[in-house]
Write a protein that binds this ligand. Sequence first.
Ligand code: AMP
Length: 603
Amino acid sequence: MDDIVGIDLGTTNSLIGVMDSGFPILIADSEGHRLMPSVVYFPKEAEPVVGRPAERMRAVAPEQTVYSVKRLMGYRPGESEKNDFSYPVKHTGGRTVLEVNGRTLRPEEVSALILRKLRANAAAALGREVDRAVITVPAYFNDLQRQATKQAGELAGLTVERIINEPTAAALAYGLDRLSDKSKIAVYDFGGGTFDISILELHNGVFRVLATNGNTRLGGDDIDRELVRLLKDRLTGRYPELRADLEDVVFTARLRQIAHDAKLRLSEEMAVQIEIPFVSKAQSFSYLLSRQELEAVARPIVRRTRAHCLRSLDDAKLDAHQLDEVILAGGVTRMPVVRQFVAELFQRLPNIGQNPDEAVAVGATIQAGMLSGQVQNVVLLDVTPLSLGIETFGGLMNVIIPRNSTIPCKAGEMFTNAVANQRSMQIKVLQGERELAKDNWQLGSFEIEFDPAPKGTARVGVQFEIDANGILHVLARDTKSGRQKEVDLSSAVDVSDEAVEKMIAESLDQAFADMAERVWTETVLKSNELLPAVRSALMLVGHQLTAEERDRIAGLVREVESALTTHHVHRLKAANEALDKGTQHLATLLIDRAMAEAAKRKR
Ligand code: AMP
């Protein structure tokens, strides 16, 4: 049988599953663990170690142990980047590499090692090789991050049949036995490094994603970091002289491990005793950490998910009470403070029927089963999280595929030359919600050449296609010559991931100002069209006008020119309209002249 495996390639943990007799089964390693830490330890002169044994090395050899590499996948170094990894991460020449124990590695190479290990576990359990996979990514992963994930799969020897969004996968896991229902589901997915919220509609076996939102840099790791800070504060409170020693990278890694273990236990217990026998040669530290203290540091982080949830409800045009179910995914949702927050926000108790750590992998496995034909009667319709478009005249964003469009999808538009005898057009591919191109995210840019032609006569078609993996293919074609080009996304500019979340927020904050700017730019473009047309008409047929008419038109032209210097949109609009109206006679004369010339040529 030709298996396709489902893989949840998580920031913290990864899982692999396969359909067996119509059921999704998650595969355990030789020690019986299904959850494999997404951690790789690089010893000096030996093969990399992956998973649980690597996780143990994190506290011992933090600089040689790579964790949370998912956060670096497809990452474009931005100015706001804080380097909070315990291993060396370098951003050079627009690329991110890890330098561990003399090796230079790209993030996708590390992810490939994790995938290879999962693949080996599956092969050992099934007794046969697997080489086809479905891999999940956060809904908010952009194109480069999806490409990097796909590449990681390929480096691990897998054919990546499909990349699917994690919350969609979680909903699939929840909905498999309720295919005949009609319901609206919110998936609140809070993992180690990312937060995602999706609103889906399930109807007659069809899952439609109505909206997605999230934050690629918000997760349980943030809670760990805050807890480490709290413990360090308590430690310095007791031993002020140790302040400098506490910043040591090995000690911090050890403390992180302790904090993390305490955090997990505090999901079940009200308080845990923390013991650090050797803070220094002479001192040890013992501290009773309460759930209350943990919740005090976690709450502000959890609250940051609120705006994303409200935005996605708004996008789906739903009120919280119209949802039939809220399901939880991701390890962080085991925390009582998170469950309480979700219950308050959505005004209902979340569904905890699925194991939150496993829901995504189960869904990926079901999707794999759908592809291999083992699961039928389910259709998955996903959506694009951000609008895609190109820059047009005046620096405006021209949306080709709007956000929340169902994928796979294809859309195109025809563009023309703004200037006479232009020989080429720069196609800047943008992603984002802002009206002005400069405020959006440039994914890539390329040039398409065409034969010089009068202004407005070139015909360049631009087509965007998002495939089932959510990957964008851009094609531009000059319809006259048939010349065409596809975008090279590897030439992407430096924009940090935070910009994505920021952009969503800003597009709301700035909606009014953005719109005003768009209207102004469009009005300026209109003036720039009108003025040269009027001038050339005056040259050709101006002598047929009365002196009075010519003076009046000159006055109207002056008013447009002067309004152009003001940024006063109403004034410029009125001036354009007046000029347009006031030159109708001139336009008629021009047409008469053209017709007379055409008639002359015929004779
Ligand atoms: P995931 O990325 O879905 O594997 O989620 C991993 C995140 O969930 C990490 O930040 C874990 O520390 C956190 N996590 C896992 N189990 C628990 C638990 N029982 N209580 C609190 N946090 C947890």
